[in-house]
Unconditional design. Structure first.
Length: 237
């Protein structure tokens, strides 16, 4: 992904912020001081079963059982993933849930050969996209400052923010699905331009990646592949 850019200020009522971490508020926005009753008690970790379901035992499936994913499941899924953090609560991700054969047929010409069979068989395929004009919602989503002008005055920053935070929200979808007992199979391997023209021509959304959702057939995945160790992937500074 592109490197994080500091959100600039470009309106008379908002002064420029010094460089901050990606999710911090601009210098002119004061975070509220929590009242004693608003302070949350210490929260313990998920138990081993929860950690296994979301991370340690979760797998990426290509073969699916006949059990379906309902529209109610998809609404519950979105209500979970939308709570994940994004920069200035910008929430740029948009999701198209393809849940019937004719919507899948519209996707078929854009798929690579290796993704065709498993996508046609999946109960639901999600097109994870982002709205390049996400900032139109910022007066409602982030009323603490005139955040919209940060992006209307800087198209490059708007593009980076939409892609980065939309990708985050796609990852939240995978974690939310696993939390609800739904298996996920994220993938690239498709023609973005064809997808955008077929599904989003009237909205201007931009596709990012696909996720198949359903209930995977157990015993059909490869053995668990290795991961990098902490010392290989991390620095303690």
């Amino acid at each position: 992904m592109p490197s994080e850019s500091t959100i600039p200020a470009a309106a008379p009522t908002v002064t420029a912020a010094t460089p901050t971490a990606p999710m911090e508020l601009p210098a002119t926005v004061t975070a509220p001081v929590p009242t004693p009753e608003a302070v949350q008690p210490d929260v313990t970790s998920l138990d081993a079963t929860g950690l296994d379901r979301v991370f340690r035992e979760a797998r990426t499936f290509s073969k699916w059982s006949a059990k379906q994913v309902s529209d109610e499941d998809l609404r519950a899924l979105y209500d979970l993933l939308k709570m994940g953090p994004t920069s200035a609560n910008c929430s740029p991700a948009r999701f198209a849930f393809l849940r019937n054969p004719w919507s899948k047929d519209r996707l078929k010409p854009a798929l690579s050969a290796g993704n065709l069979e498993k996508t046609m068989a999946a109960p639901v395929t999600v097109i994870v996209a982002h709205d390049p004009h996400f900032y139109d919602n910022l007066p409602r989503l982030f009323p603490h400052a005139d955040a919209k002008v940060w992006f209307t005055s800087n198209p490059g920053l708007a593009e980076q923010t939409a892609f980065r935070n939309g990708s985050l929200q796609g990852a939240y979808l995978i974690m939310a699905a696993r939390s609800l007992g739904i298996d996920a199979g994220p993938m690239s391997g498709f023609d973005n331009d064809k997808v955008d023209q077929e599904f989003f021509a009237d909205r201007g959304w931009k596709s990012n990646f696909l996720i198949n959702l359903g209930h995977g057939e157990k015993g059909t995945t490869y053995d668990r592949l290795p991961r990098l160790s902490f010392d290989e992937a991390c620095l303690l500074l």
